[in-house]
Design a protein around this ligand. Sequence first.
Ligand SMILES: [Zn+2]
Length: 470
Amino acid sequence: MVDFHDHDKVITDIAYLSRELYRNLVTLCDDIGPRWTGTPGEEEACRFLKRKLEEYGLEDVCAERFETLSWYPEKSKVEFKPELNVVGEVKSVPLIYSPSAEVEGKVVYVGHGRPREFELKKEEIRENIVLTTNKAFPPFTSVRVTIEDKYRKAVELGAAGMIVMNERNMGNLCFTSPICWLRKDKGTYYPIEENAEIPCVSVSKELGERMKREISKRSGELKAAISTKTSLKKVSSYNVMGDLKGGEHPEEKVIICAHYDGMFLSPAAIDNASGVCVLLGIAEALSRLKETFGEKTLKRTLRFIAFSAEELGLKGSLAYVEKHRDELRNVRLVINMDELAAGRLKGFRLQFPELVPFFQKLIDDMGLPLTSHLEPFIDTSGDQFPFTLNGVPIMLLWRWRYMGEYPTHQYTHTEADTLDKIELKDLPEYVATVARCALRVVNTPRERWPATHRPREEILKLLEKPVTPY
Ligand SMILES: [Zn+2]
């Protein structure tokens, strides 16, 4: 095994002492702010990231354009009949892909929105308004119920609209999230290209709880009206990328990626200025490394990609995979970084079992107190998924699932996802750890790299298996 000690020193030096990491975070979160697809914020962020990759000395830096549909919220209003005596305005935010509509009806509370809870209120739901929560894990069960599941059930039972209370946060905060994620057709996944059927808005926990009290006080007779205006527009969006070319096998690649778009209602600091600033930090560190030790320092190419349109349902990464399909068989590994302020770094999550001992050995050899795990299910929620579907090996960072989630992580997708929620001291550790790993992965000889690409049928089979309870 090559001794990387001197290399690690250069990486660690940049990771911990470069002032860029914090400066870049401030630029993305405070100076640029919301980076919703198809807005000036996204364009400004795209130019900024391109400039940074060039400044750090990456090659073939470009903003690769793709045409897509973005969704825009214009108005959201919830009114009660008779009016409720509440302090301040009744805030609401439409969920992504909610259509424009004006509906009214009786509010029917379905608890956590488990299928059984919907069935019990089946008769009442038709042409009325469903009230549920954004909590994904109902108590006393291991089943995960997503907002998309609840929404599908409400539509199936003929509801006129849906209100989701934000039970993740207190403090009169609404949230947003897509009500449809990907369109699946015959084993292939496509980006969402039309609005969903009925309007769906979020309200704060405080308002949701008040609605529940009013329902019981009035023997189930609380009426609400939802009025939303939203639009879908064709836009040009951009994935920003750059390479550190391999000195021996430049055609073979390791991809490090993070999405730079963010929710329309916040500076999207945790989700995902954190990930994209760590990506810039790794690019800076490894570029300096190559400069210091020469062309052959990285035997294979490292490609850095900042994806856009992730929050609209992986539209940037789907477009990339579509365009670069022929190169995918030469992608050794994809490392995707999302919400790095969710919890302390605890290890790596891998989707193919043969990589687990490989990365555990790599971690042990580096002397790091981390562990390598097999992901018990195929994660469809991030930009790695279009690569997984094409059989490419994936590595994700283990930060919060199962244990050790930071309380501030709950603010993602709300207006309170601001820079102060990021645990700044963690970020240099992310930069150093991922950069050191990437250095070792690109330099591992072919015969020692254990992972193989999987045929699509195998991935589809893994997807069918139910989510492992956690
Ligand atoms: Zn994200």
